[in-house]
Ligand binder design. Sequence first.
Ligand code: SF4
Length: 352
Amino acid sequence: MARHKTKVIKIGKVRIGGDFPITVQSMTNTATSNVVKTVEQIKELENAGCEIIRVGVPDLKAAKALSKIREEINIPLVADIHFSADLALEAINQGVDKIRINPGNFPKSGLEKIVRLAKKKKIPIRIGINSGSLEKDILKEQKKATAEMMVKSALRFIKLMERLRFYDLVISLKAPDVQRTIKANELLAKKVNYPLHLGVTEAGREFSGTIKSALAFGVLLSKRIGDTIRVSLSADPIQEVKAGWEILKSLGLRERGVTIVSCPTCARTEIDVIGISKEIENLTCQIIKPFKVAVMGCIVNGLGEAREANLGIVGVKGAALITKEGKIIKRVAKKEALREFKKELKKYLKKC
Ligand code: SF4
């Protein structure tokens, strides 16, 4: 299926849309006014693979900190603004790479000034629709926003921006459930060619939120809809970045770091598959170069999976076979399995 055709939008050094790779985003949860803490968190997120970072700007103190934060980081900085045109203007003047505004709570009276300044500074604006903060006239008396209402809100705001001759736009339509998120984005993708930022908002804690995001993004990205993603979790934002990458890797859309192929274990298991896989994850979390490791409990599927991996360990009666680029290089005693495999892994990582 061909990718949904969109404009290319430049956010600092990163481009999204068109044929550019789907990027992984996250958001800080420090006080933006605390420059030291915020920069520290962004750097950790950068190391984990975050490619665009958004910070909340609840007040002027936070807005005034933006230029200092931007100076210290290497990925594009996005200011998340609600309710206030003045904060948006200050954020743009501080040199952010993009702003995100929410039509449901943004004063339309301030829009013209913002658009003028964003054009001057050549930065894009994300129109971020959330099902929980839709405009009252669209929601009418209904308690729950439908996908159609979210699309209506987006189209109306896009028209407003286009009337002001502003086309440097990214759009997001987020709901806390999978079905509405999918439907809203599918509907909008038929109507506009702006890049789409995907997200299931308020998705919940790490486990359930990751599953919801994986499902929604999986459906949309398989239909080639979506240009950048954020997995929203009530958890450390590092987990958002990890989950984002895992989703893109699983769909074959991006590559980064280790991919572990490990079996679920059963009565045939000859080695500590769970412990070894965990250890590999810890040892390889900083590695960017893509590579594959197979950890298989027995011979049933073991050698087949190991053949496709850069490194592998397969349990056999009382021992373990270690493989490299599909070939068996060692047979070690069961109790030496982890130590010996770690040795081989470290040797391999030195070359990464
Ligand atoms: S690979 Fe072997 S040990 Fe692992 S789940 Fe399959 S049969 Fe069980």
